[in-house]
Design a protein around this ligand. Structure first.
Ligand SMILES: [Zn+2]
Length: 457
């Protein structure tokens, strides 16, 4: 356990951010310049020039942009170790030849440090909330790392019970998978003051049997847990789904099994059609766009305007270090906007649209929009402060700050990061985690993991 409760700010303390440019990302896209933001008991208390209570810590953020903490709706922290180990492959061979054998070799200890390594990259890049699709072996270590990192998270066991090319250690008997998911969820959901939430993570149709999908649907209904899965990422994947599911594609299959009626969060959805969106309209359906991953694996470009026109909430995420190589959500939201401009023209997607993917809209995709995603009094104090001395963020006062941040900011500009009033990054450095220890333990665990995998790398 390396999480230290005596980090720079406890959730009970008051903290005043003085003099920042606040991008609220509220419905009116309000910008407050030279404003203070008061945090009390882990929540945003007020804006403007509030009189702080005695003992309030004051951080001068004059000239800095202050915005809601970034949300990554689809992530594999359990793949952080595998960066660079599966390059130049299409999705199914990427999984079969490298990612599955490597994931199968995780144990609790390797998964813990792998998760920690990814979590620190998220935090240092301004991400405060993640939705992680989990792993099989080692899941307990990964969930412990997510808790210790201080991130807000949906996470859970990655469920798989079939698939010819899946390593046997990843293929759980159906009932065992469902029982373990429920047992893990009972301990994780709502833990750490509600910062942690459980999500059911069937990996994708090709590794989950009909009885497993039925069990997941029933569990989701009984426990009120969402379902998070991959679908319509590549056309080759959909072709294979049609071969084994009597000609049905992913959405037709989900509709038939009643999965569409659940709180379903789809990673990718690159090949969603108008018909799919019509069918999904009745449920609580959202999509998480992962542009770096979609480009690097040659998957295609999702049509965010079509999703938006259908009223589907769209989030954004880096997917995993093994496919996108980085966990920088500023890069991801920028890329998302640039791709829509290529697809639909330069007026199609603004800097504000891009920022919303990782804030207000990203929160809606995860059903957390009452608590996070905008800077508003009463909401949880999850926020990021960008440095005022970055040349790339210097701009005329007439420029729209949403465009300046969305198209110009990167993780290099991240100065402070706060989750529920706790300052986890201050002056660009982690306040509560020892990066040298994480690197050291990661090096040791990865060498052992590669040996266990039997891969000749
Ligand atoms: Zn993924």
């Amino acid at each position: 356990m390396i999480f230290a409760e005596d980090s720079a700010a406890s959730p009970d303390s008051s903290l005043l951010l003085r003099g920042g440019t606040l991008l609220l990302l509220d419905p009116g896209a309000t910008v407050l310049r030279g404003a203070d933001l008061l945090v009390r008991n882990g929540r945003i208390a007020s804006f403007g020039r509030p009189e702080p209570p005695p003992g309030t810590r004051v951080l001068d953020v004059s000239g800095c942009f202050v915005l809601p903490g970034l949300i990554q709706g689809h992530l594999h922290l359990g793949q952080t170790f595998f960066r660079g180990l599966a390059e130049q492959r299409r999705l199914l061979s990427w999984l079969r030849e490298r990612i599955w054998p490597l994931e199968a070799a995780h144990d609790d200890e390797s998964a813990y440090w792998c998760g920690m390594l990814g979590a620190t990259e998220c935090l240092l890049g301004g991400t405060t909330t993640i939705q992680d699709i989990g792993i099989g072996p080692g899941i307990r270590g990964l969930l412990r790392a997510i808790d210790d990192s201080g991130l807000r998270a949906f996470a859970g066991l990655c469920l798989m019970d079939s698939g010819d090319t899946l390593p046997t250690s990843m293929r759980q008997p159906t009932e065992t998978a469902l029982t373990e998911a429920e047992e893990l969820g009972s301990g994780f959901d709502g833990a750490s003051g509600g910062r942690l939430r459980y999500v059911l993570n069937p990996r994708f149709i090709l590794t989950c049997s009909d009885p497993l999908w039925d069990g997941i649907r029933d569990l989701a209904h009984r426990r009120g847990w969402p379902i998070h899965t991959h679908a319509l990422e590549q056309q080759e994947e959909t072709r294979t789904v049609r071969e084994i599911k009597a000609g049905r594609d992913e959405i037709e299959y989900f509709a038939e099994r009643g999965v569409l009626a659940a709180d379903l969060r789809l990673a990718h959805g690159v090949w969603l059609t108008r018909n799919h969106l019509e069918r999904a309209r009745s449920g609580r359906f959202s999509v998480v766009h992962c542009p770096s991953s979609n480009l690097k694996l040659g998957s295609g470009i999702a049509d965010l305007l079509a999703l938006r026109a259908a009223g589907v909430p769209v989030g954004v995420g880096c997917d995993g270090a093994a496919c996108s190589n980085h966990l920088d959500n500023f890069e991801e939201l920028r890329l998302a906007a640039l791709l829509q401009k290529v697809k639909h023209g330069p007026e199609a997607f603004t800097g504000l649209d891009a920022l919303r993917l990782a804030t207000s809209e990203g929160a809606r995709a995860l059903g957390l929009d009452n608590e996070i995603g905008t800077l508003e009094p009463g909401k949880l104090a999850d926020l990021v402060v960008l440095s005022s001395d970055r040349p790339e963020l210097w701009a005329a006062p007439q420029a729209d700050p949403h465009d300046i941040v969305a198209f110009g900011a990167s993780r290099g500009a991240v100065l402070h990061v706060m989750v529920e009033g706790r300052l986890l990054v201050e002056d660009g450095r982690l306040t509560h985690l020892d990066l040298a220890e994480i690197f050291r333990e990661s090096n040791r665990c990865l060498a052992e993991l590669i040996r266990r995998s039997g891969l000749d790398l």
